[in-house]
Each structure stands twice: as C-alpha cells, then as structure tokens.
Design a protein. Structure first.
Length: 239
C-alpha cells in the first residue's frame, strides 16, 4: 500500500483518512448481524485471569476483530507495527476505542513485549496477530507465547469471517467486510503457557487452534479455507 506512505507526509491527510476508515468500520459493525461460536471458551479465558486475556487472531482478520461479542474495547491494547501500513491501522484502532502498542515481534520486540506485560499487569487485555506484520500468512511467531509465559494470562484464539466480504490482493489476503452482512466470531479453547512450557510446542498449538477457528468461521460464512504460507511481496525497484 504505497499510497499509505504518501499520507505520512501530511498530518491533515492522515487524520482525514483515519477518521473516514474508522467511521466505515463502525458503520459495518452497526449495520451487520454478529454471533459468537463457542462463547464458553471466551468466558473461560476471562475467568482464568480475572477478566484478562491475550486475544490472538490472524492478521487477515484484523479490521473488525475489535468488535467481537463480549469485548471491553477500552481495556484492550493492540500490538501494531510501526511501518507505514501499521500507522494506518493504528490510527483507525485508536479511533474505535482501542489502545495501541507500537512494535512487533521482529523489530523493537523487547520494548513491545515489556509494554504488553505492563498493560496486562494493570488489568488490561492484549490483542496480537501472531503472523503479522511480515508473515508468512497464518504462521504463528513466538512472541505471543513469550507474553503468555511471562504473564500467566491465557491466550484466546479467535477466528472471524463474514458473508459479504472483499479479499485484498495482499500477502495475507486481508478480509474487508462490507455493510449489511452477517458474521461469526469463533472462539477456541484457551491456551495457558506454563513458565517451563516448551515454546515450539505451544507455538504450534496456537497455530493449529487459530487455523481451526478461522476455517470454521469461513466455512460457516461460505468461504473456502485460507491458504497459509504467503509472505509480503518484495517491492520492485524504481525504473
């Protein structure tokens, strides 16, 4: 999304675009009909740690993930990367009521991890896309496992899909939801990572869980399962 970089040169343009996109996603939420699949998993995750949880979802489902049934958006801190596309997402997320932590599991990861630990310690929840911002698509990175192990807070796998959508031609085939549709949020069984838990074992468990709940949501909405493993395209050099 090269046009996003152009926005960074104008504060006025940024504010205008962020506001318009935020209004759009709010309208989509207001005009649609949403239901929860296996909400007892969501309730169990909240019960395990006094209402706190780490919400994990694939990057392709980020735009409407802030709106799932039972969420208290004002308590949720979302990890968003600092690159140009990330700034657009962060601007929108702030305008729909979430708090933004800037960073990623690859660049500035230690600082972002400390910020998320502080947010959880203060009673907040954290939203994270384990495959973002670089991909590969639907391949979980280990940062969320480190967060769960450090805090003792459960990971709640969340899948989402809707009937009327457009899939972008992006590395993750991001799903853009259209107004006046119906959608489903599918919750997976909470994952608790013990202090001595093997990182790779729990990373794979999370990856399988997220792929499962996302496929279940897609199937319910009439879409084929998403394909894992794609990465962001390299930019072509200027002629």
């Amino acid at each position: 999304m090269g046009w996003v970089k152009d926005l960074s040169r104008s504060d006025v343009a940024q504010a205008l675009v962020y506001g318009l996109v935020a209004r759009y996603v709010r309208f989509v939420r207001w005009s649609g009909r949403w239901r929860a699949r296996d909400p007892h998993h969501r309730d169990a995750a909240h019960a395990l740690a006094g209402g706190r949880a780490i919400y994990a979802f694939w990057h392709s489902r980020l735009p409407l993930m802030w709106a799932f049934p039972g969420i208290d958006a004002g308590r949720v801190h979302v990890l968003i990367s600092a690159h140009s596309d990330g700034r657009l997402i962060a601007g929108v997320m702030e305008r729909v009521g979430l708090r933004v932590i800037t960073g990623s599991t690859s660049k500035g990861g230690a600082q972002a991890l400390r910020a998320m630990i502080r947010a959880v310690a203060k009673g907040g929840c954290v939203g994270i896309t384990p495959d973002g911002p670089r991909g590969p698509n639907m391949v979980a990175q280990a940062g969320v496992i480190a967060l769960a192990r450090a805090t003792g807070v459960p990971i709640l796998p969340i899948g989402f899909s809707a009937k009327r959508v457009k899939f972008l031609d992006s590395w993750d085939r991001m799903q853009i939801v259209l107004p006046f549709t119906e959608g489903v949020y599918a919750f997976g069984e909470p994952i608790v990572v013990p202090r001595d838990g093997d990182e790779e074992t729990y990373r794979l468990a999370l990856e399988r869980a997220l792929t499962g709940v996302t496929a279940a949501a897609d199937a319910e909405m009439g879409h084929p399962p998403a394909v894992a493993g794609t990465v962001p395209r390299k930019k072509r050099p200027a002629p």
